[in-house]
Design a binder for this molecule. Structure first.
Ligand SMILES: CC/C=C(/N=C/c1c(COP(=O)(O)O)cnc(C)c1O)C(=O)O
Length: 388
């Protein structure tokens, strides 16, 4: 389970039997036509896939350069890419005879997607969520309750995603026999980063065939925001062996990487171990995890998926960052030009498009992962714009 020197399994011994059972179950499922048929069925009739690859004519005109295409993951059921992964993992949980589902959440999109599949498959569900995020993503908190999930507020640390994941991992170690932990991003011990990537790779597979059908060739560049990195790797993965397809991952630059108040684990971090895998993370010289900062709860995480750490070292993907302010600006441009209200996480990818598209010719085909919709962010954005 290694991506170069990244990834692996840094977990308590008590977890190993379940991890090995999960790895066997997943390896079997990957090659099991019945599992793949079930997955495709729910991706189609329940999630609503394939998501459109939409030519954003107004954004293209507005930036005056590259041809901009949006991969509309915000149109999936529940409003983000997270459901792609939750369907796959809940099917595994059922196959393994698990009786209880737990998850962590920051933006609440993974929490809602987990509560959604738990409801649909008749399993009790507990979601761990930091109190900071409960405050800034209230619509998703209410949606989780409507879907029947129990939410456990996490007050430790900064009360954000990292802290929620710590508590979810503790629950999992305690209830390893009857509980399945649906991890919401490409983090955690092997096989999670590879498994979550595989469930999200439907994004890239669809994008490939949609672009070939529309333009008769592959896209020139792919842009996606990076929190833990699941929507990005899902878009990038099917293209990794196409050397002419450029890939840009956009981290949360917060108040600016130099300010120290950011969540840019690659651009502002160093190698270390967190949440069961070796990757890049924000830490001080003693190896203590330092606080992340981002206007967007879903990017507010001091780590990153180990495959991204490896792709960064291999220089196959270019990782840049966008600040809170740049994301807020791009958020508004998307609303006004395309009539699409993106999630604040997604707005970080759009901020990079604002910088990069004008420098490219119209023939350049640029695909952005529109990872989620922004309903959840209305009060937060109103608050921040009020400061303008
Ligand atoms: C797993 C915790 C992350 C969450 N969300 C992250 C997120 C992200 C960043 O997560 P990744 O794709 O895994 O980097 C991007 N776009 C949207 C709309 C998101 O909600 C969540 O709790 O909903």
């Amino acid at each position: 389970g290694l991506f170069g020197s990244f990834g692996g399994r840094f977990v308590a011994e008590t977890l190993m039997p379940l991890i090995l059972e999960l790895q066997d179950e997943y390896t079997t499922a990957k090659n099991d036509p019945e599992f793949q048929r079930q997955l495709a069925y729910f991706q189609g009739d329940y999630v609503g896939r394939p998501s459109p690859l939409y030519f954003a004519e107004r954004l293209t005109e507005h930036f005056g350069g590259a041809s901009i295409y949006l991969k509309r993951e915000e149109l999936n059921h529940t409003g983000a890419h997270k459901i792609n992964n939750c369907i796959g993992q809940v099917l595994l949980a059922k196959q393994m005879g698990k009786k209880r589902i737990i998850a962590e959440t920051g933006a609440g999109m993974h929490g809602v997607a987990t509560a959604t599949v738990a409801a649909r498959f008749g399993l009790p569900c507990v979601i761990y969520m930091g109190t900071t995020d409960i405050e800034r993503q209230q619509t998703n908190v209410f949606r989780m309750k409507l879907l029947g999930a129990e939410i456990i507020p996490v007050t430790s640390g900064t009360g954000t995603l990292k802290d929620a994941m710590n508590e979810a991992l503790r629950d999992w170690v305690t209830n390893v026999d009857d509980t399945f932990y649906i991890i919401g991003t490409v983090a955690g011990p092997h096989p999670y980063p590879a498994m979550v990537r595989d469930f999200q790779a439907v994004i890239g597979h669809e994008t490939r065939s949609q672009m070939l059908e529309k333009k008769g060739r592959l896209p020139d560049s792919l842009v996606a925001c990076v929190g833990g990195g699941s929507n990005a790797i899902g878009l990038f993965y099917p293209f990794l062996d196409d050397p002419d397809v450029q890939m840009i991952g956009v981290e949360a630059g917060g108040k600016g990487v130099k300010s120290g108040l950011h969540a840019a684990s690659l651009n502002g971090g160093t190698p270390g171990v967190l949440h069961g895998n070796r990757t890049y993370l924000l830490q001080n010289e003693d190896g203590q995890i330092t606080d992340a900062h981002s206007i967007s709860a879903g990017l507010d995480y001091p780590g990153i998926g180990p495959e991204h750490a490896w792709l960064h070292e291999q220089k196959r993907v270019e990782y840049v960052s966008a600040t809170d302010d740049e994301a807020l600006e791009a958020f508004q441009v998307c609303c006004r030009q395309e009539g699409i209200i993106p999630a604040l996480e997604t707005a970080h990818a759009l901020a990079e498009v604002a910088k990069r598209a004008p420098t490219l010719p119209r023939e350049h085909l640029m695909v952005i992962n529109l990872s989620g919709r922004g309903d959840k962010d209305m009060t937060s954005v109103a608050h921040h714009l009020g400061d303008k």
